[in-house]
Ligand binder design. Structure first.
Ligand code: NI
Ligand code: MN
Length: 226
């Protein structure tokens, strides 16, 4: 499994030959819009954690130009189905075996509405299992006790957690979250994109390190292999 960071919560996960794009927000992200060539991504699937603009901005265009299937909660799936896009609706607690691996849509504590005010269901995160690796993408969320349910059913190899604070967990709560999900290897996301969520990278890494945890902060376009 290869994971590439395209800024904010935008991730490309390659499992065998399948490309799974998460929360595409590139054209509106001042940090990534000049670094990432959207047309080169060519995903097979697009997973959306919730309907906020900083997670779905490029989803429609990318889905249409690549015939990609959008996977999200029921309300978001229906929104894109009405635009003529192939979708796979899910809801919280549900798992589906896709051709690339297993996906579970899990709880997040946040909100979810489209930019035009359309109801975007309840926000979520994803647990993705493929090529014998399991990752948790928390999406935008507060620290929540529901995270303690995750290690009851799987052993994570990586937790992808928001750390930017203000709209989501900050670093201190993300450290507790990594305890809750029982995974000391964390990829930080949802930071620096806007003034509200700028963080001190060294301080964040030090705080994780002091708890015997590893916080990775990838440059835009950088990848890790699991
Ligand atoms: Ni959000
Ligand atoms: Mn967000």
């Amino acid at each position: 499994m290869k994971i590439t960071f395209y800024g904010h919560n935008t991730l490309l996960i390659i499992i065998a030959d399948t490309k799974v794009l998460v929360d595409p927000f590139i054209s509106g992200n001042p940090l990534s819009k000049d670094k990432v060539i959207i047309d080169d991504i060519k995903p097979d699937y697009i997973l959306l954690t919730h309907a906020h603009q900083d997670h779905v901005l490029d989803a429609e265009a990318i889905a249409k130009s690549n015939n990609a299937t959008i996977v999200s909660n029921y309300e978001i799936a229906m929104y894109y189905q009405n635009l003529g896009i192939e979708v796979h609706p899910m809801n919280h607690g549900g798992t589906w075996n896709f051709d690339f691996g297993k996906v579970k849509y899990v709880n997040a504590v946040h909100t979810s509405s489209f930019a035009d005010g359309t109801y975007g269901g309840q926000p979520g995160g994803f647990i993705i299992e493929g090529e014998h690796k399991t990752i948790y993408i928390a999406g935008d969320t507060a620290l929540t006790m529901d995270m303690k349910l995750i290690p009851l059913s799987c052993k994570l190899d990586l937790a992808i957690l928001p750390i930017g604070d203000n709209f989501t967990m900050g670093v201190d709560d993300a450290i507790i979250a990594s305890d809750f999900v029982d995974c000391d290897k964390v990829l930080g996301v949802h930071y620096d994109t806007f003034g509200y969520i700028e963080i001190d990278h060294d301080e964040a890494k030090r705080k994780f390190f002091e708890r015997d945890k590893d916080l990775m902060l990838l440059d835009i376009g950088a990848s890790i292999e699991l």
